[in-house]
Write a protein that binds this ligand. Sequence first.
Ligand code: HEM
Length: 427
Amino acid sequence: MSRPFLVPASTPYRARSWHASSGVVLFAALFAALWIVLLLSPTGAWAQTAVTPATILTAPSAARAGAVQGAPTGAQVTASQLASQPAAPPGADTLAGYAQQNNGQREQAQPGNNAPMWRALKQESGFSSLPAPEAGVLIQPQTRYPGSDFTTAGEAWRQARNLLLIPVGGWLLILALVGIVVFYAVKGQIRLHQRPTGRKIERFTPFERFMHWGLAYSFIALAVSGVVMMFGKFFLLPVLGLGLFGWFSYALKTLHNFVGPLFGVFLVIVLLTFMRDNLPSRRDLAWLVQGGGMFGGAEVPAARFNAGEKIWFWLGVLALGLIAVGSGLVLDRLVPAFPYTRGAMQVAEIIHASATVVLLAMAFGHIYIGTIGTEGAIDGMRTGYVDEAWAMQHHALWLDDIKSGKIPAQRSGVESRVPLAVAKPKV
Ligand code: HEM
């Protein structure tokens, strides 16, 4: 039976409201929703129709009829081969007798059905001289992953990926993009209320900007290659064809494997660089309650980073970023002494895919707010400086601290080429 590719309309995702107080808060809610689905729907709407004894019992006679008429299913079996097989045990037409058949008896009762052999393979571990862990185990034991049936672990992983991660992750990314477009259409850009003064404040040092852009560009490389690996077969394969798509996705997968650790290095440096100014404070609550002033009312005074940025920092960059890098290093086989069994790799892949998809949805929001969503926001990250009017509107508490001398007006040693709003302190 074919399975649905996209989440059925009856799942809770359709019912979720797409309006939220800010982009970041919305993505945090989507993250929680994804995990609720992951945890609560081990089979749910994606479960396959259960195989009942009735379907098993009707199968042999149908298959036997096909073989007699010269239309065997699976392997071609001649009448003389069938005659040489040991007779099926008494009661083979009952469910118990059917289950006890060996492979030869099953072949006679149902040509082309090798289930007894595969069942035996699942239960046995053989001998292998290969040094790899579990080298003597051909088929993994049974397990259940979120979204899968209780079945052999390889198949369970395939189901978790195809029936849960890909459809839910795909919808999450589509919803995030559609939500941003709708938000922009309704709200437009957050414009500067005052004319720019021409006086500048140093917002990011060259070191901070270098690390941020290193993180951003490596993230984009990972996001593009990751999306092609996970969803490319739906939108690229039909365009490129099998041969080209195979080479292209193989090249991107190799790129992904090398850029991942580099992203990890930038991530740790960015986390350490911006951690102090992202520490939560009581004033963040007021910002959150008023939705950052995004839905009418005045701008809510914020320190160097507002509460929305702090959520992005702690939930997106730190939590999801570290989960993505940690599981990615396992998938890259770079963690020393890690037990690289298939089961461990499957779990690492499920964690990696779910964390990175949510991180990507949040990153869409971050990139939107930092570019077309907010007038003048990109200047700080591009040039290092923002206009005093921008600082006053978006980060009034930070500007106050600079003006009162609590925070140095210029933190980098680079001589400014723009007129500064606050004089560089003489040392
Ligand atoms: C093309 C992609 C990106 C653009 C255009 C962009 C833009 C920006 C801008 C304009 C700011 C400064 C905001 C302000 O002045 O308050 C910023 C800050 C920041 N960005 Fe990005 N960014 C991008 C990708 C990323 C990625 C992929 C990450 C992490 C995975 C990231 C992490 C940060 C962090 C940690 C900050 C400091 C503010 C905070 O802690 O919340 N950025 N970004």
